[in-house]
Design a binder for this molecule. Structure first.
Ligand SMILES: Nc1nc2c(ncn2[C@@H]2O[C@H](COP(=O)(O)OP(=O)(O)OP(=O)(O)O)[C@@H](O)[C@H]2O)c(=O)[nH]1
Ligand SMILES: [Mg+2]
Length: 450
């Protein structure tokens, strides 16, 4: 962290202002050597703003404001200047060029946040929350991440981690006095504490799917036999002509994805190739993709052309249900406009629509919303990611083993081994113990300037 780093922290393009951040040991001297104002940046108070010109080699580059943050009271924990220059492509690029010529180097992706972590300003769950806020596509996801950034998740994890460390110390203390046959611990209470910690890890780990939905959207695949009206429904739901519709079976070959907002959960709709046995290698590839999507989706809409027969897709529907039990499936009877529907006996849990005329589509949307909401209904206190889920599962596995040995024949050595093994991943969660590999992996997902 010897280098002083610089980057554009706002997206490049035409805008009122752009922000360039300069952070590191030499931030103030570098800034002072090109910033001309009534006061030097190094002499200004922290959290103050100076307005002045950037002048380099007798040329005025821009007139701008400089926000000054003195270490450790900055985002990175280092001396930092945030220049708000004029927007557009040129002024900020010129400013960065000048700052680089004066000794700064361009920041790597996520380097400002990495420095913040290494300087103890944030723990890893907060770092991950920063990335989540930036990439949020729904209001609840953004709100949960903001809570996580405030430190809620680490606080909770550290509470349980500390509890386990206390248990471990007691178990080890008792071992030291094993010869004197002294007992310090209330075994029933310890068992209760381990079980509570295991439950916490389990519950948090199992909130992963729900977190994924809030983070990435609720995936709804539209599938069925060719010509059943999948693309027509896709377009009707999106209220735009997005997918090609024709009466030639096998029109859709690739899959097409678009986002629809129902309530606060983003719905990712995917139109897929019609499922049938085909000789055409491109269509075969499309069908393979469609099957993969069926497996991944949170909800599968199986579209049936009711004008052929109400039970035409019954086999496909039951196959999808049994092959992909972790996804929900709804049978959608399409083209009801082609039938005399007045005396038709509707079945429960089946949706009846005319994708072409928009009949029943509102009810289908409500059904999708209901499914999406019930998938995230468990109160999502935190938005855990894959790394966090894996660590929580590891902790919970060792806590289960610790409970087993504590229940059968309470031997301090054996119980301690698993408690220690559970404490380790909990420490990795917040970054108490970290490896370069983990950090690189986390920060590679950041953009330059964050
Ligand atoms: N009458 C009527 N025709 C429909 C309806 N939905 C779709 N169609 C017609 O059915 C034909 C096939 O529609 P598509 O939406 O292309 O069907 P698809 O399932 O996407 O077909 P593939 O992409 O080939 O698998 C087109 O001629 C549509 O106009 C409907 O609700 N009523
Ligand atoms: Mg289609």
């Amino acid at each position: 962290m010897e280098d002083t780093i610089v980057a554009l922290v706002t997206p490049p393009g035409i805008s009122g202002i752009a922000m360039v951040r300069l952070s590191g040991k030499e931030a103030f001297p570098i800034a002072d050597s090109c910033f001309s104002s009534n006061k030097k940046i190094s002499e200004a108070k922290s959290h103050s703003i100076l307005v002045g010109n950037i002048v380099y080699k007798n040329t005025i580059i821009d007139n701008l404001a400089a926000l000054i943050f003195k270490n450790p009271h900055s985002y990175t924990g280092e001396d930092t200047v945030e220049f708000t220059c004029h927007g557009g492509y040129i002024a900020s690029e010129e400013l960065i060029r000048v700052l680089k010529e004066l000794g700064a180097r361009l920041a790597e992706p996520g380097e400002f946040t990495k420095r913040s972590f290494l300087n103890g300003k944030m723990d890893l769950t907060q770092v991950e929350a920063v990335a989540d806020i930036i990439h949020s596509i729904s209001v609840p996801a953004c709100q949960i991440s903001a809570r996580q950034l405030a430190g809620g998740l680490s606080e909770k994890i550290n509470e349980f981690r500390k509890r386990l460390i206390d248990i471990l110390s007691l178990l080890e203390l008792e071992l030291d006095f094993a010869d004197e046959e002294l007992e310090f611990i209330d075994k029933a209470n310890i068992l209760h504490l381990i079980s509570e910690s295991a439950e916490f890890c389990n519950n948090l780990a199992s909130s992963f799917r729900s977190a994924q939905i809030l983070r990435n959207g609720f995936y709804v695949a539209i599938s069925g036999y060719p010509n059943s009206g999948k693309s027509t429904l896709f377009n009707t739901l999106l209220k735009k002509k997005r997918s090609i519709v024709s009466d030639i079976p096998g029109t859709t070959r690739d899959y097409i994805e678009d986002t629809l907002y129902i309530g606060q959960i983003p719905i990712k709709l995917i139109d897929t190739a019609g499922l049938r046995s085909s000789e055409d290698c491109i269509e075969i590839e499309g069908i393979k993709m469609a099957e993969h999507i069926l497996e991944q989706a949170d909800l599968n809409l199986i579209i049936n052309d009711i004008s052929i027969d109400e039970n035409h897709s019954a086999k496909l529907y039951s196959e999808v249900k049994s092959k992909f039990p972790s996804s929900q499936a709804i049978l959608v009877q399409n083209k009801i406009d082609k039938l005399d529907f007045s005396n038709f006996l509707k079945k429960e849990a089946v949706s009846y629509i005319s994708a072409k005329q928009g009949l029943g589509v509102k009810d289908l949307l409500s059904l999708i919303e209901k499914e999406a909401c019930s998938s995230v209904s468990q109160s999502n206190e935190f938005l855990i990611n894959e790394r966090q889920r894996d660590l929580l599962e590891r902790a919970s596995k060792h806590l289960a083993l610790a409970m087993e040995s504590a229940k059968s024949d309470f031997q301090n050595e054996i119980v301690s081994i698993d408690i220690r093994a559970a404490i380790k991943p909990l420490g990795e969660l917040s970054g108490e113990n970290w490896s370069e590999e983990v950090l690189n992996n986390i920060f590679s997902k950041f953009c330059i300037g964050k």
